[in-house]
Design a protein around this ligand. Structure first.
Ligand code: NAG
Ligand code: NAG
Ligand code: NAG
Length: 443
């Protein structure tokens, strides 16, 4: 079954970019990482995982240690918080992608008509592009389903469990208990794999470029950033976060003040920090965002709409041509207008699974996708050079790519805390899903 699936995916996905990641996995790695003095391609996922770690319910910690094959040396809560840490496995799915070629297309999702910043459709009338069930949103539903089966929670069980539960003496926060059975059977390879995918995929859809097809999610959009030639995907995966880390004010280099009116004790934040280069940024996102500006939004971030939004029209046509042309051509090397023709003529349109009441990646990712038009590719800010007219295409390579980090572009991001909010939402949603899956009511 897996072999057949894998073959199908290899065939179909040769029309897709082979690697999408939050960060530049598969492309030139921008920063030396050995010393970890500079952020690298993994940093975005690790930051999301660290923010999630802060918000995990204590009863979740031993469960995730089991899923990560970690034998905690000591079962105190403080020790479990340190040892059962999500960050080291947050980029497992990228590291293993060569072994698991079939999983490559699960790192992103594409709508047929989406072309930011001219047209932000998610999905729009043309529906979704790709192969049925092999996309970021369905992958999240799949791995969550596997873990829910294992832990014994039911997404449709509403028996009075949609409640906020304190996790510590202080109100520490945002937990929906799914009512897991107290001792599930030991985790097997299937659950362990699903868990590592889940941690990665929830981070993944908080990178807007994983939600658009334009120029392979920005990999093909050359830009100058900080005086160096790069591409939009790499800048959003690494460069912008590196800059944020650089400009964190110095007070965030030490633990936050412990104010009793804040939901999360400073100590609980510190236990999730691992002397990483992004620790000060995590403290800043907590202090200025999660525990202040956004404190009243978080319940919405981790909730799902009462009536799930219909994510896509049913697929209209399925064609064997789609697979054949997927093998024969790589549309990403073609001019945009041609891509549209090739796509509409041959690529299979697929429907995706509906959102669930507790885990709703389509609803959660919709505003993230919209950032592509508002901040990532706004025509007014990076207008011409990344999207040549077809007749100009042969000259476009010679044209100088635009400078991305203009004052206007950066001010729009900074003033609206765009990146800070994305990592916060990723972290809170990851914690919300894990708490729902694995917390025990009694704890
Ligand atoms: C990035 O740095 C981390 C340490 O923060 C390290 O564990 C990881 O392997 C590095 N990743 C890459 C892709 O270089
Ligand atoms: C996950 O996907 C696999 C492979 O397509 C499928 O066999 C399985 O039933 C799915 N599981 C859930 C819970 O959706
Ligand atoms: C883009 O091109 C049009 C026409 O060629 C021009 O009027 C416009 O100013 C350009 N925009 C930018 C931001 O350079």
């Amino acid at each position: 079954m897996r072999l057949r699936l894998a073959l199908l995916i290899v065939a179909a996905s040769s029309a897709l970019p082979s690697v999408y990641a939050w960060g530049a996995a598969g492309t030139v790695i921008f920063y030396p990482s050995a010393s970890a003095r500079r952020p690298n391609a993994s940093s975005g996922h690790e930051i999301v995982a660290t923010i999630a770690q802060i918000h995990l319910h204590p009863s979740v910690l031993p469960v995730i240690c089991d899923l990560m094959d970690i034998e905690p040396s000591d079962h105190s809560e403080a020790s479990l918080r340190r040892q059962c840490h999500l960050a080291p496995i947050a980029t497992w799915a990228d590291r293993e992608r060569m072994r698991m070629r079939w999983s490559s297309a699960m790192h992103h999702i594409e709508a047929v008509d989406d072309n930011p910043g001219d047209d932000c459709q998610y999905p729009g009338a043309g529906g979704w592009a790709g192969t049925k069930r092999i996309n970021l949103l369905d992958a999240i539903k799949n791995v969550t389903g596997i873990l829910a089966d294992w832990s014994g929670v039911d997404e449709h069980d509403n028996s009075g469990r949609t409640l906020l539960v304190p996790t510590a003496p202080r109100r520490a926060t945002f937990l929906r208990v799914g009512g897991r059975s107290l001792s599930p059977r030991p985790a097997g390879p299937r659950e362990k794999e699903a868990f590592k995918f889940l941690v990665h995929f929830i981070g993944e859809f908080h990178q807007p470029l994983h939600l658009t097809r334009r120029q392979r999610g920005g990999h093909g959009a050359l830009v100058y950033f900080e005086g160096r030639l790069s591409n939009l995907h790499r800048v959003w995966g690494t460069g912008l976060l590196a800059r944020l880390i650089r400009i964190v004010p110095p007070q965030y280099s030490s633990p936050l003040p412990d104010r009793s009116d804040l939901p999360i004790p400073s100590q609980q934040i510190e236990l999730a920090l691992r002397h990483a280069i992004y620790d000060p940024l995590v403290r800043r996102v907590m202090w200025e965002g999660v525990e202040s500006k956004w404190i009243n939004d978080i319940d919405d971030w981790i909730s799902c709409p009462a009536v799930p939004t219909a994510p896509a029209p049913e697929s209209q046509s399925t064609s064997i041509l789609s697979i054949v042309s997927g093998v024969l051509s790589n549309p990403w090397t073609l001019p945009r207008a041609l891509v549209k023709i090739v796509s509409s003529a041959s690529r299979e349109r697929v429907d995706i699974l509906p959102d669930g009441p507790r885990v709703c990646p389509y609803a959660w990712s919709t505003p993230v996708h919209a950032l592509n038009c508002k901040y990532v590719w706004p025509p007014a800010l990076i207008a011409n050079a990344t999207k040549p007219k077809v007749e100009e295409f042969s000259h476009a390579r010679a044209a100088r790519p635009p400078i991305l980090d203009t004052p206007a572009y950066m001010a729009a991001l900074d003033d609206n805390l765009v990146l800070e909010k994305l990592v916060a939402q990723g972290g809170l949603r990851l914690a919300g899903v894990l708490n729902w899956l694995f917390a025990t009511k009694e704890a």
